[in-house]
Design a protein around this ligand. Sequence first.
Ligand SMILES: [Zn+2]
Length: 195
Amino acid sequence: MRPWRATPPYTGRMFKPRRFQYCPTCGAPCEYRVPADDNRERATCTACGEIHYENPINVVGTLPIWNDQVLLCKRAIEPRYGLWTLPAGFLELGESAAEGAARETQEEAGAQIELQNLYTLLNVTTVGQVHLFYRARLLSTRFDPGPETLEARLFSEAEIPWDQLAFRTVRETLTRFFEDRHLNRPFALHSADIR
Ligand SMILES: [Zn+2]
């Protein structure tokens, strides 16, 4: 599985991945130009003319909860090795966002969950990603972390390692959760732009 990329320190810059140097179809060089009837530059093959579109990627995950504690995973892979994250990863073709979130939770933490509502929708336009976190109810406190995780454990709010979180979207999701809980609010969807 591809590692979930960290947010690079771009500020105020448009994300221009320019991923295609060569045409995946025929192998000839691509160049970025604006196709007819389009309004932005696309990777266009200089030989076969095929246009290769690049669009944001979905990262899906869960906020697993056990009483007043949440489950975090310590990353065993780069980027952000050794930092703590909610279980999450890239959505795969053929699965729904909810299915992907449940799969990642199983793969990274080996946690048994009951998936609940979509809780945060976070646009990370600087890296061309949308992060979606579902709340999840843990059905047991036995975890079986996969190879991408050094350790999976529960944290109370006071124990959250705020300065050792791997991603800003994880921080945002945890912040909203504890805020909602303190204010006794229903855990409705939060949407935000992370810059
Ligand atoms: Zn080509």
